[in-house]
Design a protein around this ligand. Structure first.
Ligand code: AR6
Length: 175
């Protein structure tokens, strides 16, 4: 499996699935969530509403899958990251759960290429370095890692792009 780090708009990436940093309502919002719904069109929201009607949204740390509508990807996997409070409210564990839930859904749907945004590091204020370490670590230790062809970490801001590259280039020890 190949890991790639790029600076880009995730709505433009052609992969089997892009990941959305959603909220528990699944009805869209700002940040990457807003961009995905805006560019992907109504088909994504329609699928989200169906999921809401069935299971009442998505819990923090969980993930759901929908069409990608008009986007170049095939699917959107929506996960809900934790809001960073003080780090004592299971924020790290919940962010780890996001990556686990996305990878589980990806395996179930035979997805081989995935693009992740930097979940929780925008509006939800999770510290960027810690979030990047968790993201890279969760992919690296995943029992499913050999089932994927490529995982792309799509950074939107320079700071995250540098943080991810620094971690990958360092002797990062997977924990
Ligand atoms: N492509 C890739 N990354 C992006 C894009 C984009 N088009 N736009 C923003 N980012 P955020 P969160 C980056 O705030 O912190 C929404 O309102 C951004 O720079 O989108 O998990 C939801 O509905 C940051 O690094 O998500 C929730 O209510 C990363 O995406 C809430 O925000 C995540 O930032 C979720 O907050």
């Amino acid at each position: 499996m190949e890991i790639e780090i790029i600076k880009a708009d995730i709505t433009e990436i052609q992969v089997d699935a892009i990941v959305n940093a959603a909220n528990t309502s699944l009805l869209g919002g700002g940040g990457v969530d807003g961009a995905i719904h805006r560019k992907g069109g109504k088909a994504i929201l329609d699928d989200c509403v169906k999921i809401r009607n069935k299971q009442g949204g998505c819990k923090v740390g969980d993930a759901v899958i929908t069409t990608a509508g008009n986007l170049p990807a095939k699917y959107v996997i929506h996960t809900v990251g934790p809001v960073w409070n003080d780090g004592k409210n299971f924020e790290e564990e919940l962010l780890k759960c996001c990556y686990l839930s996305v990878l589980e859904l990806a395996v179930e749907n035979n997805i081989k290429t995935i693009a992740f945004p930097n979940i929780s590091t925008g509006i939800y204020k999770f510290p960027k370095e810690l979030a990047a370490e968790i993201a890279i670590n969760m992919i690296s230790i995943s029992e499913h890692r050999e089932q994927f062809e490529k995982i792309i970490f799509v950074c939107f801001d320079d700071e995250n792009f540098k943080i991810y590259n620094d971690i990958i280039e360092s002797d990062f020890e997977y924990k």
